[in-house]
Design a protein around this ligand. Structure first.
Ligand code: ADP
Length: 485
């Protein structure tokens, strides 16, 4: 594999106020390749002091950035977009090296990540205000949208590039500068984006990357009265801590947290289409996405047929291996804990009576590779029914009727993505409306798209990213009340 040191976008430094910097302490994070466990690079491990400097830089950069016209900000975002596509292969190589996903999938994520730059470049020019009929004849009411101010963002390792652009593109389009703490497993994807932002002409201080000690950086962001918005993608536990922290200065907050996606298959569904959707929603990123199906809920009358078809598809379509190898579509899991969690969920399901149809163990390649696993006739008492597995385990649980299915699907504290396959039109509406989720895929297993509002309800989060709604998360609504005398 091409070494990262030769990649023109490899930047083993933090990026603050337009400068490439080391940590004050000289400490570094060792980043490894999940496929081999070998160190691919070292990134400075920053803490509070450097984060405070980044916040100051962002504060200083804010007036000039917000004063640009929307068109000018959009032009810069579009240059950044073009550069991302121009460097798609290099960005994908960095991502695969530190995250493990297959190169083709990494290239797909780069295109998806870039799509947020284009989307919000377009949206920047459509931030409309409002005029409202007044209560008195001599009064006029006008509503303005204004950028909220400095944004603090914390992002995860499973989508090292797109979780950054989904936040940064919206923030920058709105006129806000941003300080980003990327996940420690995948910081090089973040600094590669900073290198391109610099080339695109994003002014210094507007886009800052501070890798390092997570809770210290998180606290520096929430304890700063200058930071007016916190946006986070990650675990519900950390999201809850950040929300408590944001309470101190009443910071605006968006959270995209864990899920436990159900995938319902009704007897009137097209089973082949359902299996195709199941493969797409379950095995992307080796099952490590917050919208990956966690539970297949299948009507009893078709459970055996569905499970057999799914087993056949898994057998013929999934190839486990290093992400750099041609034909591989299931890379390694991110770390040893991830492997342990998938093993634990399988063991728990089998101990409680589930039928093991495929896999069930780590992959012969060893390390963090895991054999795609299918268990059928699982039930609601199993861990897989309540906890996010985040790995290549497909668990099939039977249900009797529609009411049963909806009740089971909603029996979780999470509410991010859900999916169902059915053809009866009235059922489609009933189930779509009854599912307590922020997103519902109907006869599809792929729902993510820059133009659609991504987000969850209940313990899965607050706010929406992408779409025309996404930019609002970075704006304040100001109302002008004019008395004409
Ligand atoms: P995951 O299970 O995806 O690693 P985390 O919530 O632990 O989920 O991580 C998501 C992001 O949150 C990462 O950038 C991580 O470094 C960061 N993080 C972890 N703990 C904290 C914390 N206490 N405060 C702020 N950020 C944190």
């Amino acid at each position: 594999m091409e070494s990262l040191q030769e990649n023109s976008l490899f930047r083993p430094f933090a990026y603050i106020d337009g400068n490439w910097v080391a940590a004050d302490s000289g400490e570094q994070i060792e980043v490894d390749d999940p496929a081999t466990g070998e160190v691919v690079g070292r990134m400075p491990k920053l803490g509070r002091a450097e984060t405070e400097r980044a916040i100051e830089a962002a504060e200083s950069a804010w007036p000039a950035w917000r004063a640009l016209t929307a068109q000018e900000r959009a032009d810069t975002l579009m240059k950044w977009y073009d550069l991302m596509l121009k460097h798609q292969d290099e960005l994908a190589a960095i991502m695969t090296a530190e995250q493990g996903k297959p190169l083709k999938e990494a290239a797909g994520e780069i295109a998806y990540a870039a799509s947020f730059l284009r989307w919000f470049a377009e949206e920047a020019r459509r931030v409309y205000g409002d005029t409202i009929p007044a209560a008195k004849s001599n009064q006029r009411i006008v509503v303005l949208k204004q950028p909220v101010g400095v944004v603090g963002a914390i992002t995860p390792w499973n989508f090292p590039s797109s979780m950054i652009t989904r936040k940064a593109a919206a923030a920058l389009a709105a006129g806000c500068p941003i300080v980003i703490k990327p996940a420690s497993q995948t910081p090089f994807s973040a600094t590669a984006l900073a290198a391109l932002a610099e080339q695109a002409g994003v002014p210094r201080g507007v886009f800052n990357v501070v890798p390092g000690r997570a809770s210290e950086i998180g606290k520096a962001l929430t304890e700063s009265p200058v930071v007016r918005k916190i946006t986070f993608t990650g675990s519900t536990e950390v999201g809850s801590q950040l929300m408590a922290g944001a309470a101190e200065h009443i910071q605006k907050i968006s959270l995209e947290l864990g899920g436990n996606a159900p995938f319902l298959v009704f007897e009137d569904a097209d089973l082949d289409a359902a299996v195709e959707g199941a493969m797409a929603s379950k095995f992307r990123n080796a099952g490590q996405t917050c919208v990956c199906t966690n539970r297949f809920l299948v009507q009893s009358s078709v459970i055996n047929a569905f499970s057999e078809k799914l087993a056949a598809a898994m057998n013929s379509e999934l190839q486990v291996g290093p992400g750099t190898e041609e034909g591989v579509n299931i890379g390694p899991l991110i770390d040893d804990d991830a492997v342990a969690k998938v093993s634990e969920h399988i063991q728990d399901a089998v101990d409680k009576g589930a039928e093991l149809l495929l896999g069930g163990h780590t992959h012969p390649l060893g390390g963090r590779f895991f054999t795609p696993t299918l268990v059928s006739h699982a039930n609601a008492d199993m861990k897989v029914a309540h906890e996010e597995t985040f790995g290549p385990l497909a668990a099939v649980i039977p249900f009797d009727d529609e009411e049963d299915a909806v009740q089971m699907a909603n029996d979780t504290r999470f509410g991010l993505a859900s999916y169902f396959y059915a053809n009866d039109l009235s059922r489609v509406w009933r189930v779509a409306e009854a599912l307590e989720y922020g997103m519902v895929g109907i006869n599809t297993g792929l729902i993510s798209n820059a133009s659609a509002p991504f987000g969850g309800v209940k313990a899965s989060g607050l706010g929406r990213e992408g779409s025309k709604y996404g930019i609002d998360e970075y704006m304040e609504t100001k109302y002008l009340c004019m008395d004409l005398g």
